[in-house]
Design a protein around this ligand. Sequence first.
Ligand code: FES
Length: 133
Amino acid sequence: MAEVGAKWTDGFESQRIALCKSDALVNSGEAQPFDVLYCGQSCLAFAIRYADQVHAYLNRCSHVPMEMDYQPNRFFDLTGHWLICATHGATYSPKTGACQGGPCRGGLVKIETSEIDGVVHWHTDPQLHTVNF
Ligand code: FES
């Protein structure tokens, strides 16, 4: 896990970005969407809660780089144990983003998160930045 404030060899320093209140994310429930700049491209990302832990990923399927939610902010399958892509049914582990089944080509891009004093944060890294409007 990347430490906030840690410096990479190129001098990059990670930031912690407040996203939502902790109680906005319930186990296997709806996701909280957010915008990021990933490798210079504007992308959607999402945070979910699974088994009491918050995880976040780019909203980009590894099969075809499309957004995955079948309804806005709905990523869990009917079991509540897998994240599923609406287009061709690739499934991913909510804990790691690893491909579990279907036509995935690798896993989801994971984004570091933390919860502090009832607030969920995501962390920037050298490829992942905030979008400045
Ligand atoms: S685009 Fe996600 S499974 Fe094909």
